[in-house]
Design a protein around this ligand. Structure first.
Ligand code: GCO
Ligand code: MG
Length: 403
């Protein structure tokens, strides 16, 4: 058996913070797992180093399921983003090790390719509708088959999804949380206009997506969904906060626009009601925040019973290690829908050399054994952790709102 003899938690900031777990076996095989929780990075690093790593030493690295159950049930305190991100990092690293020992890419261990490659969506955003459409046209000409559209809201200084940089989107931008101002009524006017202009400019052969980012009430989301129906959106994401899964019933009663939820979910229990009651169409949970490949497969299997498809979160705060793991999962899962793609900076890509590739709007994890991604520890050591918070949101009268 490959015995775990060491595990290191590596914190690095090549443009943004990433936490990586590297597990080392007695036969020299190593595996990596992403443990990044945006804005709360050091809590996962401590959870791993202080409470998980000591329990891993001496274990058989092949026993992925048993180690998962040990860390989940054995902690007594179940679930939560910090715990589940830490478990995910261990799980990813163990799949990486198993693949390397087998001499196979992880997707082969998960049942093999269920498709040739996976469709991704990219991000077109701009301060105005015109800027957003111009960016979308550029992505369409590069071969992307699915594009997320976000634009500035007239009358608001800034809004979610619109970056200062044309190519890189980084919301965790301040040493203490910056504050944005939000107006639902102003926002609800601009989105149908954006989608109308987009269909005119881009035609009907490209999928168009939009992220509401938890800001509407259920009835407001029902209204927006209905207003967008003529433009056939691929999905509306995070229409309303999902702590109350029943809230989505109200949205469903008012619109046939497809709904996607779950990037902040960390276990199957967050999604169970939404899935079993068919209140959503796409589940956005991903490897790093939902307990690793092992647990995400369980969520996908439940979703498959209800014709709900996957749409894994893939923003820049998910490291290339998570991206690699997500692509192995995507390629092999029967009910794959779409994968989010946001480019990492060159500095990040250099710290995490990888075999996955992007071509013509689709991605493939590559054929390297394991996950096909590594961390260059020497390079990583040159980038010190930098505290960075996500923004908070307030209504125009100062009331704190979901960001
Ligand atoms: C998305 C997400 C991100 C999140 C970010 C928070 O759909 O990609 O909403 O933009 O805001 O991942 O850390
Ligand atoms: Mg989102």
């Amino acid at each position: 058996m490959p015995k775990i003899v060491d595990a290191r938690v590596i914190v690095t900031c090549p443009g943004r913070n990433f936490v990586t777990l590297k597990i080392i076996c007695d036969n020299g095989t190593t595996g990596v797992g992403d443990a990044t929780l945006n804005g709360r990075e050091l809590s996962v690093a401590s959870y791993l180093a202080d409470h998980v790593v000591p329990c891993l030493i001496g274990r058989d690295a092949h026993r992925i399921e048993d180690i998962w159950q040990f860390l989940y049930k054995g902690a007594y305190w179940r679930r939560g983003p910090v715990t589940m991100t830490a478990i995910a990092a261990v799980d990813m690293a163990l799949w990486d090790i198993k693949g390397k020992i087998a001499g196979l890419p992880v997707y082969q261990l998960l049942g093999g390719a269920a498709r040739e490659s996976v469709m991704v969506y990219c991000h077109a955003n701009g301060a105005t509708i015109e800027d957003t459409i111009a960016a979308a046209l550029e992505y369409q000409s590069q071969g992307f088959k699915a594009i997320r559209l976000q634009c500035g809201v007239p009358g608001l200084a800034s809004t979610y999804g619109v970056s200062k940089d044309r190519y890189f989107y980084e919301p965790a931008d301040a040493d203490l949380p910056s504050e944005s101002v939000w107006s639902t009524s102003k926002y609800l006017r601009v989105v149908p206009e954006l989608f109308g202009a987009a269909r005119e400019a881009l035609g009907w052969d490209v999928h168009l997506l939009h992220d509401i980012h938890h800001r509407l009430t259920p009835i407001e989301a029902g209204r927006l969904g209905r207003d967008l129906e003529p433009y056939r959106p691929f999905w509306l994401e995070d229409a309303t906060p999902a702590e109350n899964q029943d809230a989505f019933r109200l949205i469903r009663q008012h619109t046939t626009s497809p709904l996607a939820v779950g990037e902040v979910f960390n276990s199957i229990w967050d999604a169970k009601g939404l899935i079993e009651n068919q209140l959503i169409d796409y589940i956005r949970a991903t490897v790093v925040h939902a307990g690793g490949i092992t647990h995400l497969r369980r969520i996908a299997a439940l979703a498959d019973l209800y014709q709900i498809r996957t749409g894994c979160h893939g923003a820049t705060d998910l490291s290339p290690v998570c991206m690699a793991a997500a692509l192995h999962f995507d390629l092999s899962v029967p009910n794959f829908g779409i994968q989010e793609y946001m480019r990492h900076t060159d500095e990040t890509d250099a710290v995490f050399p990888h075999s996955y590739r992007l071509e013509n709007g689709t991605m493939h994890p590559g054929e390297a054994p394991g996950l096909g991604v590594d961390i260059d520890e020497e390079l990583a050591a040159g980038y010190d952790y930098k505290r960075a918070f996500l923004p908070v949101n307030r209504l125009e009268d100062g009331t704190l709102w979901s960001w």
